[in-house]
Structure formats: structure tokens, C-alpha cells
Design a protein around this ligand. Structure first.
Ligand SMILES: O=C(O)c1ccccc1NCC(=O)[C@H](O)[C@H](O)COP(=O)(O)O
Length: 214
């Protein structure tokens, strides 16, 4: 059985980056979206990622980014993937992948089975699909709100791309979420925070332990 991949998203301090590495996270997420309490500028992202070894993924989380923003982030030389949380079409995802020569992950906002099915359109365009809970119309953020969706919606859907389960995961429900969905990868943000945008070292450690009970 291959190892569960774990992404800790929305990191913005050196100590919580260190905690995620010690907890054996496989991917670290850095949000570049000014409306988010987790927003980091490109220079901050570069500094946070500097001590991270090459085998740990470093993912920039973005919402309908312009090419200018993507170029700025690419210039940090710190990233292994872009994660897109806006209304990026399959054609836009493919164009970003081609232009910036970096894996592109597409977040799929899920409330219904049709939302899950819609992910098929990204085959050949995205490198990975991240199934996340749909946030309410007019919400401040399209992710990182601690909302979960009905995990059984993922059952029986043939997904030909690598994928990740996200949305409302926490220390108390992550094992059940993995059992129900068979997710090969999980992503968490607010479930390891003490307040919006404030990651907790203790919660990061506990989450990673709960996800991979020995
Ligand atoms: O986290 C944010 O602030 C954010 C802002 C804008 C777009 C996406 C954002 N987060 C994306 C993530 O990958 C989160 O980890 C994911 O939505 C799960 O969040 P949570 O339910 O809080 O664990």
C-alpha cells in the first residue's frame, strides 16, 4: 500500500512550516490571495519554502490568477505546483501548465454528484484534482472555510487523475474520511488552526498522526 499524501495548506510562519515537515506532511500549501487571512506575498513564500527539502511539495494556492501573478510566483523558484481555486476552465488550466511548465492542480468545488462528475472535463488539462467543499454564494473565500461535503459522493466515480480530498477535515474526522473515500491524499487548513489564519503546531502534529494511525 502506498503512503498517504498529506498537504497542510495555508502556512505562513517558519514554525508551522517546521511542524508540518516534522509531522511528515508530503506537501505544504501557501495561499496567495489577498482576501485570505493566510495570504503570503511572493517574497514571504520564497523565505518560508527555503528550508523545505526537495522531496516535500510546495504548492501555491491561487484564485483566477493572471499570468503576471503566476510569473511572479514562478520567479521564486520555490514551487512544485500551482493549485487553482477559481473558475479556471480546462483550457485555462492547460494553458497555465504549458506556459509555466509546472504541474497544475484544479480544485473542484463539490456539493452534488454533478459537481464531482464535472471534474472529468479536466482530464488531460490538470495534473491533480482536489475535491473541496463548495462555499456558499457570496462567501469571502472559495476555500479554507472548514466546510465539508458528503464524502459518499466520491464513491464509484471513475477518476482517472491523481486526486486529493479536502474540505472540513480535522483531527476527529480525518480517519473516517479516508475510510469512506479511500483518498490517496488529504488536504487541511482550518482544521489545524487555533483561529482563522493561525496554524497550530500541536494541531498539525495531531492531524498527521490521526491520518496515519500506526
Ligand atoms: O485557505 C484559504 O484561505 C484559501 C483562500 C482562497 C482559495 C483557497 C484557499 N484554501 C484552499 C485550500 O487548499 C484549503 O486547504 C481547502 O479549501 C480546505 O480548507 P479547510 O476546509 O479549511 O480545511
Amino acid at each position: 500500500m502506498s503512503r498517504l499524501a498529506i498537504k497542510i495548506c495555508g502556512l505562513s510562519t517558519p514554525d508551522t512550516v517546521g511542524a508540518a515537515m516534522r509531522a511528515d506532511a508530503t506537501h505544504l500549501g501557501f495561499v496567495h490571495f489577498p482576501k485570505s487571512p493566510r495570504h503570503v506575498e511572493a517574497d514571504q513564500l520564497r523565505a518560508l519554502a527555503a528550508p523545505v527539502p526537495a522531496h516535500i511539495g510546495r504548492v501555491a494556492v491561487l484564485v483566477d490568477p493572471t499570468d503576471e501573478t503566476l510569473a511572479l510566483l514562478t520567479a521564486t523558484n520555490a514551487l512544485t505546483a500551482f493549485q487553482l481555486h477559481g473558475k479556471e476552465s480546462p483550457a485555462r488550466v492547460a494553458a497555465i501548465r504549458q506556459r509555466f511548465n509546472i504541474p497544475v492542480w484544479k480544485a473542484i468545488s463539490v456539493k452534488t454528484r454533478a459537481d464531482v462528475e464535472s471534474a472529468k472535463a479536466y482530464t488531460g488539462a490538470a495534473d491533480l484534482l482536489l475535491f473541496d467543499a463548495k462555499t456558499p454564494e457570496g462567501a469571502a473565500l472559495p476555500g479554507g472555510m472548514g466546510l465539508r461535503f458528503d464524502w459518499t459522493l466520491l464513491r464509484g466515480v471513475p477518476i482517472s487523475l491523481p486526486w486529493c480530498l479536502s474540505g472540513g477535515l480535522g483531527i476527529d474526522n480525518v480517519a473516517e474520511a479516508i475510510r469512506i473515500t479511500g483518498a490517496p491524499m488529504i488536504d487541511v487548513s482550518s482544521g489545524v488552526e487555533s483561529a482563522p489564519g493561525i496554524k497550530s503546531v500541536d494541531k498539525i502534529m495531531a492531524f498527521c498522526k490521526a491520518a496515519q494511525p500506526s
